[in-house]
Write a protein that binds this ligand. Sequence first.
Ligand code: SF4
Length: 571
Amino acid sequence: MFKVSILDGYVDEPSCLGVPPYISPYPRYIAGAVWSVDKFAQIFYVTIDQLRNDKLLLDVLSESDIIVVIAGMSVPGRYLSGFPVSPNELVSFLNGLSSPLKILCGPAARYGFGISGGKKTRETYFVENVFNLIVKGDGEIVLSELLKNKSDMDKIDSLKLREHASDIRDFAVTGSSIVCQHPFYPDYLITEIETYRGCSRSIVGGCSFCSEPSKGPPDFRPIKDILDEIKALYKHGIRHFRLGNQPCIFSYMAKDAGKAEFPRPNPQALEQLFKGIRTVAPDLKTLHIDNANPGILARYPNECKRIAKTIIKYHTSGDVAAFGVESVDPIVIKKNNLKATAEEVYSAIKLLNDVGSKIGSNGLPELLPGLNFVFGLDGETKKTFELDYEFLKKILDDGLLLRRINLRQIIPIPGTKMHQMGNKIVSRNKRAFQRFKRQVRENIERPLLKRILPDGTVLRDVVTEKYRGKLTYCRQIGSYPLLIGIPGVLPLHINLDVKVTDYGYRSITAFPFPLNINTAQRETIEALPSVGKKRAIRLLAKRPFKDRKHFIDSLDDPDIGNKILDYISFK
Ligand code: SF4
């Protein structure tokens, strides 16, 4: 039997995320390409984190006929449950495996390996001796050709791209069952769904740092294709979905896309898509979106208001539309051909606040904007940081809400204008960037977080993911989940509701809600408001508590007891 292994080294691109708990479309399409040629092929899917933890998995990889590695981080990210593979790891893991044919796909194959923000990519020649084939085209298309040609590499074109979005229709459906092999399957896995690729602004060259214009104008996947894929994923047990694989969800099926830089949105198509998803996946638990172009929202407020209402009607709460702002400095905007002015971004933020700020069932607002800023762009000066700060301060002062502010330094991707400039502006403004970041974290983000989640807010369906010391880190499943620290060590991968007590710059402290005071760990009790170590030890000695009175009587200060009663239960 023909054996293929897929090693998922994870991708993080401007319009696609595949770091756990996400699985990107890449491995699903690749699996579909293999099964479309040989339906009996045995496919083994493994993540880089599984391999890091268990080197014996290399034995399974070595028995494959083909190993396909998916890798590439072209935007810098912060991760909790997985970390993208590095080129060094690929060399050390795969160099010794001589017999399988080794193929590299994904953004790393196209642009090199992004290491971190502000740093140049590491070129693929570093791993050239490890791989038999580095696919700069579309992995699933090239692999399908390779298999049809009995693995004869002379007969294929490794640059080959899909000609139309429909080329991947069957791959997407056939490959959907590969999700069952993911370590987060079924309850904690979120599938990234592609609705289209390419950017309408490619006709004017696009933004100076972005790789998306190289894919040309938008090539929309038909609604039926997307629904068929979601239906297949749902059939295999997937309940969390994010429509994250496109530059702007508000522009899906925009009528004059490809002709206009800012095409008019198509609210009917979005209604059909979202309604269709709820029909094929009726009991889904997460339906979120990702990127949105603020220039589109500012130009077409009526259409975009309708679309935002449609999203809210069918999605799950806590949703985020990530606006690529990059900078509000007019000089930087002009030199880098950015998509929106400060005024346009402001009006897009206001629009989403008007429609989406109501609190939803998971304790978070329905749909809020998140802002992405990029530093190290052409024309950036000290003044840029001042203007960006003033802009954010105005949003705070005007009482608006933002779900997140992402401050990144560019990764100069080959093929973009910024690649020629490299990271010299990043190096020049390094200190200004650090100072700016600190100011934003302290003076803007923290107050915004308190505004969104007032003290005592209950967040539903939080999943425990990782320990750091005596702290358990958790998140809700979805777009840009908030990091939540719970004092104490809880079992991993359980769902619970939590009550917010304190705020970091970009994270919160919370307690399981209600907290069973008779079974809670010392570290958790100790961290309850005003309790501390000594009181916690005294409380532990007096357990079990029968009721509220028994508990209050056992504390030296009834005011503290009454405060804690808001958090606890006795069974
Ligand atoms: S608008 Fe700019 S950042 Fe967004 S996808 Fe197009 S080129 Fe990239």
